[in-house]
Design a protein around this ligand. Structure first.
Ligand code: PHE
Length: 337
């Protein structure tokens, strides 16, 4: 019986098989229990002999089982440990990293460029007084040009600014001692437009302003030429066309030469060879006077750049709504741009 049991212990390949052997030989219905239970029927001489033998057998089977059990436990632990080992040489999983939005990058690039030309960066409120958005820019109440920029009014005197030119009016007014002002003001503006591929009720502008003694149109052209070449490449030409803005006189619109084709059937410039990119002009004397400058002594130029428009032309983006819907597949393309 002992040999048989020990052999089975030896053969047991897992904890379950071992348990079966234990139940079979040492359990309540097992042969040893049976022998011990039958002791009462034995004679006084037989009892100690059989009892000792049965106990011996039980102990040795029990011992073998425990030994084997301990081995199984040790093996299981070792297996678990080896499976859980951390391989420090394994390459790490890259965590997706965010980055600045394309519009932010373009604004920062523009700021760097203009700071290099001696401009400061200025900011102003998005909820603006009618005075700074219109009146101080030579757009008095009832002026027909106010129709050009349908606006979000909050009260009769407060609105969401329709252009960053409001910062121009504020900065000139605040200029202590009425000395020179040379600023670039990037920011968000709002207009009552129905959103489509090229219109958005909210977009980004960067206005530039330089007021000093003897500022001339040629200075404006020089600065804008720098800007165009920096943004679109040295091979680009610029041209100024007469235009109208109430706050500048004369006013111009600037085109850059169309690199894509310049020829007929071109979707970018419609075959004209030129693409309009911004509005500009010499600060209107009324605007200077309203801000407290003597327009006989001081002159200035201003320009207004649509940041989305620059980005769309530079990267061939066909829908302005891509900038705001924040699909990462769109945004990720410009991480290294
Ligand atoms: N404020 C004008 C606009 O929003 C742009 C502009 C700025 C034009 C400065 C001339 C001078 O369209």
């Amino acid at each position: 019986l002992k040999t048989e049991a020990l052999q089975l212990v030896e053969q047991a390949e897992d904890a379950k098989a071992l348990q079966d052997v234990k139940v079979q030989y040492l359990g309540k219905k097992g042969p040893i229990t049976e022998v011990l239970r039958g002791m009462g029927k034995l004679s006084a001489e037989e009892r100690p002999v059989i009892g000792q033998l049965a106990n011996e057998v039980r102990e040795s089977i029990q011992g073998a089982i425990e030994e084997k059990q301990a081995r199984f436990e040790k093996e299981a632990l070792e297996k678990q440990l080896s499976e859980e080992t951390i391989d420090v040489t394994m390459p790490g999983r890259p965590e997706p990293a965010g980055g600045p939005h394309l519009l932010t990058k373009i604004i920062e690039d523009m700021e760097d460029l203009f700071i290099g030309m001696g401009f400061n960066v200025a900011e102003g409120p998005e909820v603006e007084q009618d005075y700074y958005n219109f009146e101080a820019l030579n757009l008095p109440k009832g002026h027909p040009a106010r129709d050009m920029q349908d606006s979000f009014y909050i009260t009769e005197e407060l609105l969401l600014r329709t252009h960053t030119s409001s910062v121009q009016a504020r900065t000139m007014e605040n200029s202590e001692g009425k000395g020179p002002v040379k600023i670039i003001c990037p920011g968000v503006v709002y207009r009552r437009d129905t959103d489509d591929a090229t219109h958005s009720h909210q977009f980004t502008q960067a206005e530039g302003l330089y007021v000093d003694k003897h500022v001339r149109m040629s200075d404006l052209k020089g600065v804008l030429n720098e800007f165009a070449k920096h943004m679109f490449g040295d091979e680009r030409d610029i041209r100024l066309r007469p235009s109208f803005f109430p706050f500048t006189e004369p006013s111009v619109e600037m085109d850059i030469s169309c690199k894509v084709c310049g020829g007929e059937g071109c979707s970018v410039c419609k075959g004209t060879g030129w693409i309009e990119i911004l509005g500009a002009g010499m600060v209107h004397p009324n605007v200077l006077e309203m801000a407290g400058y003597d327009s006989k002594e001081y002159t200035g130029f201003a320009f207004g750049i649509g940041v989305e428009r620059i980005a769309m032309l530079k990267y061939g983006i066909e829908d302005i709504r891509h900038f705001y819907t924040n699909d990462v597949r769109f945004l990720n393309q410009f991480h290294k741009a």
